[in-house]
Design a protein around this ligand. Structure first.
Ligand code: NCD
Length: 405
């Protein structure tokens, strides 16, 4: 931080510099927003709760942004919109997105070379503050297959200026200056909302608005995972109407199940039943249960899988999120609560599908169980992975270009 005398000196040096022959058009502060920027909803209700981190930098808790930042509904126009929650998607938006993903799948498989022109000249920046394999690589693959480019801090985000104590708003805006779209994964709930807010402010400075797509906000949401999950359910089952969808495991900390449950509510479903199966200490947050009930989806909660296993059309298995437990002892107590094995699958319906966002650990048994489960035609977690790339391609194409693919 500069002392005030240094700051004055710094200002003076810049002002006294001799004129050179480089003439730049000064930015007009009264200039209207470029026409192709969609309207922004940056209005925030509350002042930020600020605190200082160990480097003395002001740190704002991103959680407050979930309440105060209002992301725009897609409303059939994806162009230039930040993606921070599944609540932004209506049924028609999902139809548009999934049709694009299905078309892209066909176009890639038929070797259609036009696909690489969809995002030519566009840049995706990856800001991943948490571990990732699938989300990270599928975003990269999606952008590259559309003909765009991908950037990230050369030595990983931990060795960017984050290492020097730079805060999230500044790191995000740095990425925004170089990229058209940012994929952000962060351990704190609300980080992508906060990023969206600061990118809106950046737009006022640089005259274009880079968009952020959440790649997972702590225990909050993982919107693009839910999109690929719903796409996979629709691809396998044709509809969500009338299905019994059972989510099992760590429903308290699992952001994928939070987003998937909310997405089922925003998508709307007729006579759909959602079963939540978890140890009593890892139940689905009440607000999400209520959200489903408000959408007329029947919800049951139990810690006994056998109550619902044989009646489930979709079995969505999840990992106990070890990294979210403050106390290792609490994790050890619940980690073996629900283990999917071929024997368990033997009691499931013949036409059920088994889903998992992956990575998997002991909640899917050992390597021998994995092999048998993988060979079961009801397991669709490899399809989920490929669909992740396709749905992210569709989303990038729509956000960046608004095009029909
Ligand atoms: C999930 C995540 O990171 O939330 N993985 C993913 O994105 N496919 C699930 C998990 O880590 O258990």
């Amino acid at each position: 931080m500069l002392a005030s005398s240094q700051r004055q000196l710094f200002t003076g040096v810049v002002a006294d510099e001799p004129a050179n022959d480089l003439h730049l058009q000064p930015a007009d502060p009264a200039a209207p927003e470029p026409a192709d920027l969609p309207p922004t909803e940056t209005a925030r209700d509350e002042p930020d709760e600020a605190s200082y981190n160990e480097n003395g930098y002001v740190e704002i808790d991103p959680a407050g942004f979930v309440e105060s930042y209002h992301p725009p509904a897609i409303d059939q126009d994806f162009r230039g919109k930040h993606i921070v929650t599944v609540e932004q998607f209506g049924r028609e938006d999902l139809k548009i997105l999934f049709e694009a993903a299905a078309t892209l799948k066909k176009r890639i498989r038929s070797g259609d070379r036009g696909v690489v022109e969809i995002a030519t000249g566009q840049v995706l920046a990856l800001l991943f503050f948490e571990a990732s394999t699938r989300t990270d690589m599928s975003f990269q693959a999606a952008m590259l297959r559309l003909g765009g480019k991908v950037i990230g801090a050369s030595n990983g985000i931990q060795f960017s200026s984050v290492y020097k104590g730079e805060d999230l708003p500044d790191t995000v805006r740095a990425a925004g200056c170089y990229a058209d779209v940012i994929s952000l994964r962060h351990p704190q709930v609300g980080a992508s909302y906060m990023a969206a807010h600061y990118l809106d402010l950046l737009a006022e400075k640089i005259g274009r608005r880079p968009v952020v797509i959440s790649a997972g906000d702590g225990v909050g949401e993982h919107p693009t995972q839910a999109l690929l999950d719903l796409f996979t359910i629709l691809e396998s089952k044709g509809t969500v109407d009338g299905l019994a969808i059972t989510m099992v495991g760590d429903l308290k900390h699992g952001r994928t199940v939070h987003s998937l449950a909310k997405l089922l509510a925003t998508h709307g479903a007729l006579q759909t039943k959602v079963n939540f199966v978890s140890p009593p200490s890892l139940t689905m947050p009440d607000s999400i249960v209520r959200r489903l009930q408000e959408a007329d989806i029947t919800v049951s909660e139990t810690s006994d899988l056998e109550e619902v296993l044989g009646r489930s059309d979709v079995i969505y298995w999840t990992r106990v999120q070890e990294e979210r437990f403050a106390d290792q002892g609490d994790y050890e107590e619940v980690k073996a609560g629900f283990i999917m094995t071929p024997a368990v699958m033997g009691r499931a319906r013949r036409d059920a599908i088994l889903m998992h966002p992956l990575p998997r650990k002991h909640e899917m048994g050992g390597p021998a169980d994995h092999e048998l489960l993988d060979a079961d035609p009801r397991s669709v977690y490899f399809q989920q992975m490929e669909n992740g790339m396709l749905v992210r391609m569709a989303l990038l194409a729509k956000l960046l270009r608004g095009v029909h693919v």
